[in-house]
Design a protein around this ligand. Sequence first.
Ligand code: ATP
Length: 288
Amino acid sequence: MKNVIELRNATKKFKEFSVESIDLQVKQGFITGFIGENGAGKSTTIKMMMNLLKPDSGDVKVFGLDFKTHEKEIKERIGFVYDGNVFFEGLNLKDIRRIVGPAYKQWDDPLFYKYVEQFDLPLNKAIKTFSKGMQMKASLAITLSHHAELIIMDEPTSGLDPNFRRELLSLLQEVMIDGKRTIFFSTHITTDLDRIADYIAFIQSGELVFSKSIQDISEHYAVVKGGLDLLDRDTEQCFVQVHRASTGFHALTDNVKTVEYTFGDAVVLERASLEEIMYYLKGKKQNV
Ligand SMILES: Nc1ncnc2c1ncn2[C@@H]1O[C@H](COP(=O)(O)OP(=O)(O)OP(=O)(O)O)[C@@H](O)[C@H]1O
């Protein structure tokens, strides 16, 4: 399986925060969700992927190429969709097509008009009059019209109402046409990812906690519930994090098999949602 993005030991230090030694591979042909709390370092990592921020150390490769030598080629093949209006706000979509189109070798006018119609976007209205959702769709239409192989999105669903979010997510699924396109997007709305992601990368306090397939996550992680009498120093080794209450404990495991072997029927195992995994792992550092 090919990696479209490869970060090796990528580090960026700010005065009061740093993203440390990120090792992350994003697989071609899949949707990878990038999760983490506010301020965890998602945008900083994405900016390093887009060469908008240079890492202080480490390596970033996109399509196996280095920005230092292949910036133009990489940027031709990436579409960046992010929160906020990318384009000069006074412009309308017709103007943008005229300005942006010639900048891309692979610009496809008929496709642009097809998406404008499909997304129900006005061509002659200034972008500044667009709602947040419309701006997101406009940005996506432009990205798709230059046949971007890799679409990177920073919080594309934040601030969108639930219906619009659902619509955007199905659009993203639709454009994963031929197994060649790759989508990498950050969000803190983890339920969006339960719906469409193939892989999840999770960042916490500037460190990558894990990067795994959804299948791996659902096979290995579970919420475990049982009586307090079952807990001792040995049995607790099965858990990533344990919460105790007077009625019993609930805990997160990343090793379902060991829990089944150790506790048998004495505990209840429930599927762990991404939100629960984030909650239990909060403040806890794991191996990638
Ligand atoms: N240019 C900068 N100079 C100094 N600090 C910065 C800079 N950019 C980001 N930071 C800090 O880095 C931390 C991580 O920010 P980042 O935007 O990467 O987080 P995030 O996970 O995308 O958060 P959110 O979900 O809130 O958008 C924050 O504490 C932020 O203040």
